[in-house]
Design a binder for this molecule. Structure first.
Ligand code: HEC
Ligand code: HEC
Length: 493
């Protein structure tokens, strides 16, 4: 949304970019057209984050590099933001006053505890280690006020009346944590056409040790792993018209793929805009997502989300008797300015690593199969970001996120039954695929999808259903060598 459009709603019917001259518009349309030539790599394809791409040798820190086109001041801010992203908050009162205010209820003490190595989280292994994944709690509205708040996008969902918007499994000393996420998996064998068997583990979620009585009977559980942090500023810089024009909510073109854009309220302007972040795209921008994370995940208030008691609800009275970390000499909140500015800057400038092996014949073959199977209908290869971004490092870059940033019905198998904004209980935002192939190197695992149920890329694809049923079938019917080529393409991202 252009900054000049203060307090106005985005024009959701506009499919033409307003940031480009006609000549540039034509250039952009030409370069973002899907390729038909798979005999060689496309120009600039390896630099999937445009000029911001990190071309450092890929190692365990592959997701922690800054945008390659930052200026010196940008680099400094990135480093300050990094320190805040890693900072371990402590409970109040404490002698380290600028770091206290944790909780009272919380899921983790630092951003980095979930966004491990700036990469993705994972489901708990064994009884502990549940940090980088949590359950969002939400229900439908019943009172007139709630229904209005949902209709006007003031709230994306109605929190549980006692436990709030997410289950916090940790609390400061003297307060009971809310409870614990329990996952049980059931293996289900599916067969590919060539006879290969793939075992998919179907999760079932519940909560144990509920410390404040039962959950509301309408409250649903939406499991989420922490997504990777790379390229977020570039995703925010995709022009709304380029997202809106791919939406086809009523599937008018009849290809079985609809796709609708998420709508969210932009807190700074109070106008309606596109939702982009979170697994259901309920958050409009990185700044708001970061401020919500401070409040909901760590229990730290900021000027954007001024809730020193985090996600505590009125029904959790003991919570409000505890000390907060607000130090009036430092500011009105636990994370006063410029904390959110710096963390947002950091989060927007974690570079996408360069691709590997773009010219390898198997990778090119896999790319062709990816397009042929219809994966690219949702995992849209390329965009050119808007020219008029606040941050120049993200302006007018050819990027390759492999996402349309739209919501899709992914079928019953992946459904969580939770309505969030306009995303219903079967819908998820297409996740970007850039960086996918470095997951194992950075995070030491290959758990994919919103709840990490897939243990490798083949399983992730075989969980696709709903609008992606057809693409999945095509994959399941491929010859083994073709499936391998497709996976090799994904691993080159
Ligand atoms: C307890 C784990 C946890 C902590 C701590 C945490 N996050 Fe997250 N983060 C998540 C999860 C889970 C999501 C996905 C949320 C969703 O789908 O609604 C997420 C999403 C995000 C996103 C959006 C990414 C995308 O691709 O949509 C950003 C940005 C983000 N977090 C920033 C932060 C910042 C900044 C902090 C520290 C203030 C932080 N997070 C702390 C778990 C965490
Ligand atoms: C109808 C749109 C659609 C189509 C078609 C589609 N996908 Fe997806 N894809 C999604 C969505 C939405 C998710 C997230 C689902 C979830 O997490 O529950 C996803 C997730 C993934 C993931 C996991 C990403 C991550 O970060 O965890 C991979 C890998 C993937 N898709 C590959 C493919 C491949 C390969 C094809 C073609 C065979 C394909 N997709 C076709 C929409 C689609």
């Amino acid at each position: 949304m252009p900054l000049s459009a203060q307090s106005a709603d985005l024009d959701f019917s506009s499919t033409v970019r307003d940031d480009l001259s006609n000549k540039d518009l034509q250039r952009v349309e030409k370069i973002t057209e899907p390729t038909q030539d798979f005999s060689k790599a496309e120009r600039f394809e390896a630099n999937q984050g445009g000029a911001a791409t990190s071309t450092k040798i890929a190692n365990r820190d592959a997701f922690s590099q800054f945008s390659a086109n930052l200026d010196f001041k940008g680099e400094q801010d990135f480093k300050l933001g990094n320190a805040l992203f890693r900072k371990l908050w402590v409970s109040s009162p404490s002698s380290t006053q600028a770091s206290d205010g944790l909780g009272p209820l919380f899921n983790a003490r630092a951003c980095q505890s979930c966004h491990l190595k700036d990469g993705r989280g994972h489901p708990p292994e064994g009884d502990s280690d549940a940090t980088s994944m949590f359950l969002r709690l939400g229900k439908t509205g019943t009172t007139e006020e709630e229904i209005k708040a949902l209709e006007n996008f003031v709230s994306a969902t109605i929190p549980d009346p006692v436990y709030g918007g997410q289950l916090q499994d940790l609390a400061v000393p003297g307060l009971a944590a809310e409870g614990h996420m329990v996952i049980t998996y059931q293996e289900q064998i599916v067969q590919l056409k060539d006879g290969t068997e793939v075992s998919l583990r179907k999760p079932e979620y519940s909560v144990s040790d509920l410390a404040y009585g039962p959950l509301h009977e309408d409250t649903t559980l939406s499991p989420r792993i922490a997504p990777p942090m790379i390229g977020l500023g570039l995703l925010e810089a995709i022009h709304p018209a380029d997202i809106i024009k791919n939406a086809d909510p009523d599937d008018i073109d009849g290809d079985g793929i609809s796709g609708k854009f998420a709508i969210a309220r932009e807190p700074d302007t109070d106008g309606l805009t596109l939702g982009r972040f979170g697994w259901k795209a309920e958050n409009p921008n990185v700044r708001h997502q970061s401020a919500s994370a401070f409040a909901g995940d760590i229990g730290i208030s900021s000027p954007e989300v001024d809730k020193p008691f985090g996600d505590c609800t009125a029904k959790q009275e003991a919570c409000f008797d505890l000390a907060t970390g607000v130090q009036t000499r430092l500011g009105e909140t636990e994370a006063p300015d410029p904390v959110i500015d710096l963390v947002t800057f950091y989060s927007k400038n974690l570079a996408v690593p360069a691709r590997r092996n773009v010219e390898k014949p198997e990778v090119l073959r896999g790319k062709e199969l990816f397009y042929g199977a219809g994966c690219a209908s949702c995992h849209r290869p390329k965009f050119v970001t808007r020219r008029d971004t606040e941050d120049k490092a993200q302006a007018f870059q050819l990027i390759w996120p492999y996402s349309d940033m739209l919501l899709h019905d992914m079928g019953e198998g992946l459904a969580d039954g939770q309505q969030v904004g306009i995303a219903n209980g079967r819908e998820w935002r297409t996740p970007p695929l850039w960086g996918l192939g470095l997951t194992e190197m950075v995070n030491g695992h290959t758990f994919f999808l919103h709840d990490g149920r897939a243990r490798n890329l083949t399983e992730a694809i075989m969980w696709h259903g709903g609008e992606a049923e057809n693409a999945k079938q095509i994959f399941a019917e491929m010859e083994k060598a073709d499936r391998q080529a497709l996976i090799e393409f994904l691993e080159s991202l």
